[in-house]
Design a protein around this ligand. Structure first.
Ligand SMILES: *Cc1c(COP(=O)(O)O)cnc(C)c1O
Length: 429
């Protein structure tokens, strides 16, 4: 790491807890000090010392067009010159809402907020209000932001009530959340059999991307749809990552399973702070001012975030974009798997569309337990070997890599060349 990043990190630690504003940025999972980024263009980021890297974090998902896309920058400049916030309705936020409702199958009404966390918290409140029930079912390894009632880990037995997964979350809050293993319908059936009348909603990432990329087993999403509908509970898809990533209609269009409520974020803000939740009209009509469920925000529907989001969606609506992204994703996943196999390093490269994770394991990963049992030491070494060769992967083994439209054939070739060196070095360890 360069001297300027080092100096900045030292300074940062004087004022910010751990020197960062979001924990994964501190590199604790991979060791070493974080790079401080000074700029990004297209597929590349530049650190404070001037070194450049092909970026597979892409701000953890929002930058599907790459860094500083000209259309997004132009839209932001224009919007900023007109004023940054009014706390009154604007045309831009209506345009963004219309764009979302037009292509995301479950959305009839949508509310814009400022983060995925805020959207998740609001959707849970709404689900509880609509059903008049207290319990939420979530899955181990799915992340929905740092909402108290979702920072819960599994209790002692499957189907028992959850325990706080962070100090500061009360037992009372934990008692309202059931935590079950991903990709297994049996415990969900058992939970509904035991407490169906109390369950307000089941929330999940329809493709899990916060324990590394873990796909839903065939029938898992359909099974949840049936169980929730039968019990009068809501199905909530957290599409903060998958929304506008798997296609314009997100995972719900991709898999043909339509949830009652959908949570969005990341891409729809084009790199600015944003979130959204929405769903069937009859449910969303409970939200204030139409209904009694309170939820508000000083900067919600912000003109800059709306402008950046709209500019991003404009590009994504061009024909052929998602095919191009998916082809590049496939090429990279297959290339990485082939290179690792060639030198006998056990990996499973999982993903779809422009998402992937390199798991250091022999087995396919279907849930958090399998994800967490992968070889973390190997991942650390792999991460640093890539970094030395100009490739910036997420600094944690349990995260997704994100490809953007700005990643070129040359970028992929350079990435595979760096990975080949890294796998060779791992083999000789
Ligand atoms: C990032 C993320 C969130 C939280 O969004 P923030 O904007 O960081 O609050 C929620 N759900 C999923 C699936 C995410 O990946």
């Amino acid at each position: 790491m360069g001297v300027k990043s080092q100096a900045l990190f030292k300074e940062a630690q004087r004022y910010l807890p751990g020197g960062v504003n979001s924990p994964v940025r501190a590199f604790q999972a991979v060791g070493g000090d974080p790079l401080f980024i000074s700029k990004g263009t297209g597929s590349r980021i530049y650190d404070a010392d001037g070194a450049s890297y092909i970026d597979y974090v892409c701000s953890w998902g929002p930058l599907i067009l790459g860094h500083a896309h000209p259309q997004v920058v132009a839209a932001l400049k224009e919007a900023a010159a007109r004023g940054t916030s009014f706390g009154a309705p604007t045309a831009l936020e209506v345009e963004l809402a219309r764009a979302l409702v037009e292509v995301v199958p479950s959305l009839e009404l949508v509310r814009l907020v400022n983060s995925g966390t805020e959207a998740a918290a609001s959707a849970l409140r709404l689900a509880r209000a609509y059903t008049g029930r207290p319990l939420i079912v979530k899955f181990v390894g799915c992340y929905h932001g740092h909402v108290d009632s979702l920072l819960i880990k599994a209790g002692s037995g499957v189907g028992t009530l959850g325990l706080p997964d962070s100090p500061g979350v009360t037992l009372g809050t934990a008692r309202d959340t059931l935590v079950l293993p991903y990709n297994d319908l049996v415990p969900v059936q058992e939970a509904f059999a035991a407490r169906g009348g109390e369950i307000a909603a089941v929330i999940l990432e329809p493709v899990a991307a916060n324990m590394g990329v873990v796909l839903p087993r065939p029938g898992f999403l359909e099974g949840l749809r049936e169980l929730t509908a039968h019990a009068g509970a809501l199905l909530i898809f957290d599409e903060v990552i998958t929304g506008f990533r798997l296609g314009l209609g997100g995972a719900q269009a991709y898999y043909g399973v339509i949830p009652d409520l959908t949570i969005l974020g990341k891409i729809i803000g084009g790199g600015l702070p944003v979130g959204a939740y929405g769903g069937r009209r009859e449910i969303m009509e409970l939200v204030a001012p139409l209904g009694p469920v309170y939820q508000a925000g000083t900067l919600s529907g912000n003109p800059l975030a709306s402008a950046a989001g709209l500019a991003t969606l404009d590009v994504l609506r061009q024909p052929g974009i998602y095919n191009r992204l998916a082809e590049r994703g496939k090429e990279l996943r297959e290339g990485l798997a082939r290179l690792a196999a060639a030198v006998g390093v056990p990996v499973k490269v999982q993903g779809l569309a422009s998402l992937f994770t390199v798991f250091f394991t022999e087995e396919e990963v279907w849930d958090y337990e399998l994800a967490a049992s992968c070889d973390r030491q190997r991942f650390r070494q792999f991460f640093h070997l890539l970094l030395q060769n100009g490739v910036y992967f997420p600094p944690s083994p349990l995260e997704a890599c994100f490809l953007s439209l700005a990643h070129t054939a040359e970028d992929l070739a350079a990435t595979l060349a760096a990975a080949e060196k890294a796998f060779a070095a791992l083999r000789t360890e």
